[in-house]
Design a protein around this ligand. Structure first.
Ligand code: ATP
Length: 291
């Protein structure tokens, strides 16, 4: 079976502008891929079907659609449309997830990116990465970055990417809320709180500040709306003595970064003892790739 994998991501910096007439929000995002990855294998089938397994609790896996609602099928249909295939071969997808669901870590987007790569091979559509990125952007704002990986600056809705120098290696402790948070509801709350948007820096300023070390890493315009919706998450930020917690994407995952492996392991053990769902990972360098 042809299979491919793609990484989860963090937003190390995420500013969001006011709602545009086209219904999208402009963003300036510093994306960082993670070592945790989704794997998607594809085979021919009589109907669209997605089987999901993974290193996640069953309650998480049960949230993932098994039919056309799944992003891997949406990716397949977008690829077919882009290539002018009117009656695409239906497929079964075997998805193996390491990235939690509805967590702000682009788990579904990584599935979609891996599916695009696997289908591009299985269907013989042979798109080059530039064309595949165009298809990815139609599937979702985070899918182009899931293809690319590494460290990148995203502008427009996040789909317009510029490769940045790979960030220094960090260990990442992900504190995952047992209850996910829908991206749409967070953006809706954002519009109420910030009708004019919350953009303070241009993309050029972000790059400059990142290069000279003055960028306020962890800043995220969606933290305030996510906390309005889920006030209990505020306590998550304070759970690691001496380490600042930050939210990724539309939350609810809170992450802690450290260069010290021992500190990351100790924090992970402590939080698990307290009953939290925690994933210990690190920055990753690779985007989507065929297995
Ligand atoms: P992002 O960071 O890309 O906005 P996320 O990581 O917060 O996304 P996802 O894991 O992509 O969130 O899931 C969001 C919702 O999308 C889920 O609750 C689920 O109903 C739906 N969904 C569709 N396809 C998938 C998929 N392949 N994996 C996970 N969820 C999916």
């Amino acid at each position: 079976m042809i299979s491919a994998s793609a990484p989860g991501k963090l937003n190390l910096f995420f500013e969001v502008g006011g709602l545009r007439p086209d219904g999208y929000h402009p963003v300036v995002s510093v994306y960082q891929s993670l070592a945790i990855r989704q794997r998607v294998a594809v085979e021919q089938n009589d109907y669209w079907h997605v089987i999901t397994e993974g290193d996640l609790p069953k309650s998480q896996l049960d949230l993932v659609p098994t039919d056309e609602e799944n992003l891997v099928v949406k990716a397949a249909l977008a690829l077919a449309e882009h290539c002018g295939i009117s009656n695409p071969q239906k497929m079964r997808f075997h998805t193996y997830k390491q990235v939690p669901v509805a967590a702000g870590l682009a788990g579904g987007s990584a599935d979609a990116a891996a599916a695009l790569l696997a289908l591009n091979q299985a269907w013989g559509t042979g798109l080059e990465s530039k064309e595949l990125t165009k298809v990815a952007a139609k599937v979702g704002s985070d899918v182009p970055f899931s293809l690319l990986g590494g460290t990148a600056l995203g502008v427009d809705t996040g789909i317009d990417l510029e490769v940045l120098p790979q960030a220094k290696e960090h260990h990442v402790v992900l504190l995952v809320s047992p209850i996910g948070l829908g991206t749409g509801s967070v953006f809706k709350k954002f519009d109420e709180l910030f009708p004019e948007g919350d953009m303070t820096l241009s993309a050029t300023q972000v790059k400059q500040q990142l290069a000279d070390g003055t960028l306020q890493l962890g800043r995220n315009s969606l933290t305030a709306p996510a906390l309005e919706l889920r006030p209990e998450l505020a306590s998550y930020f304070e759970l690691a003595p001496g380490m600042k917690g930050n939210m990724t994407g539309s939350g609810p995952t809170v992450y802690f970064l450290t260069e010290e492996a021992a500190a990351a392991e100790e924090l992970t053990a402590t939080l698990r003892q307290q009953g939290h769902f925690v994933i210990l990972t690190s920055f990753g360098t690779e985007g989507a790739k065929l297995d």
